[in-house]
Design a protein around this ligand. Structure first.
Ligand SMILES: NC(=O)c1ccc[n+]([C@@H]2O[C@H](COP(=O)([O-])OP(=O)(O)OC[C@H]3O[C@@H](n4cnc5c(N)ncnc54)[C@H](OP(=O)(O)O)[C@@H]3O)[C@@H](O)[C@H]2O)c1
Length: 258
């Protein structure tokens, strides 16, 4: 058995147009998977060179009609899926709960939680037609420990952790020609690129310093380091692992050290 074998497997990456998701798509291209990428901004010039290797669908996961139409299309074209990664996520400007912007709250919950739950529903239906399927949700260290001024984001990611575990126990066994699916999540700490792109970090030096200080290793992680763990959780190398929320956070979740 190859260490990690995705050759000719159908895999969907929801939110694969930027940052961590895009890095994962690039790694999957090297592994010769059939990659289906969902996102709102699929016509960015930097994605052009990837279009020979993956199929892009314009889909806003905060819109349930968009999700259903896109998955109907995918079902007609691919019939089955083998793997899925739910990476799409957004943050909001920092604010205390006493000043919570309810419109922002709804936007984050609609995207990070409801959108992901809806995609997960459609993915489970398609992946249960194949054997050895697996799903990874991208959570956050903010879903494991409370962080000030990020209530909506933290709540959405904590709910993703629970959604992951409910899905894991529901999908853990084969029955009536419906195959088992392993469902896990990763909970990254501060990762360079994407939401933490150089411009954002430079604009907010204090926040950047705080993000560094909450990790035991005192450094940012990379999208490749997240992708390594996602690929492992999808692969047969983790065949007895389901319902796990795996921190990839330079020790943030290990204890108090500052
Ligand atoms: N970077 C970090 O430090 C960090 C830490 C912990 C957790 N995370 C999580 O990791 C994931 C990726 O973060 P990132 O830093 O790589 O962010 P990013 O660069 O902003 O990428 C977010 C991805 O989500 C997609 N997306 C956002 N809203 C969407 C919507 N309504 N419909 C469809 N796709 C949508 C974006 O695609 P379009 O713009 O094309 O729609 C993009 O591909 C997120 O779930 C985030 O919460 C990141």
């Amino acid at each position: 058995m190859k260490y990690i074998d995705f050759e000719d497997k159908n895999i969907i990456v929801v939110g694969g147009t930027n940052g961590i998701g895009l890095c994962l798509v690039q790694r999957l291209i090297e592994l010769k998977a059939n990659i289906i990428v969902l996102g709102r901004n699929i016509d960015k010039p930097e994605l052009k060179k990837l279009k020979d290797h993956c199929q892009f669908f314009k889909c806003d996961i905060s819109n349930s009609n968009d999700i259903d139409n896109t998955f109907d299309h995918i079902k007609n074209e691919y019939k089955v899926l083998h793997f899925a990664v739910n990476n799409a996520g957004i943050t909001a400007p920092y604010s205390n709960i006493s000043e919570l912007d309810i419109i922002q709250w709804k936007k984050i919950i609609d995207t990070n939680l409801t959108g992901t739950a809806h995609c997960l529903k459609r993915e489970i239906q398609l992946i249960s037609q194949s054997k050895g399927g697996a799903i990874v949700n991208i959570s956050s260290c903010a879903g494991l420990q409370a962080l000030r001024m990020q209530a909506a984001y933290s709540v959405s990611k904590a709910a993703i952790n629970m959604l992951t575990q409910v899905a894991a126990i529901e999908c853990a066994v084969d029955h009536d020609n419906v195959h088992a699916i392993r469902v896990n999540a990763v909970a990254p700490g501060p990762i360079l690129g994407g939401m933490n792109n150089e411009e954002n970090l430079r604009k907010n030096p204090e926040r950047t310093e705080r993000k560094l200080s909450i990790t035991a290793m005192k450094k940012f992680g990379t999208a490749d380091e997240v992708a390594n763990s996602v690929l492992w959780l999808l692969s047969q190398q983790s065949s007895y692992t389901t319902g796990v929320i795996l921190p990839i956070d330079g020790g943030f979740n290990s204890g108090k050290f500052n």
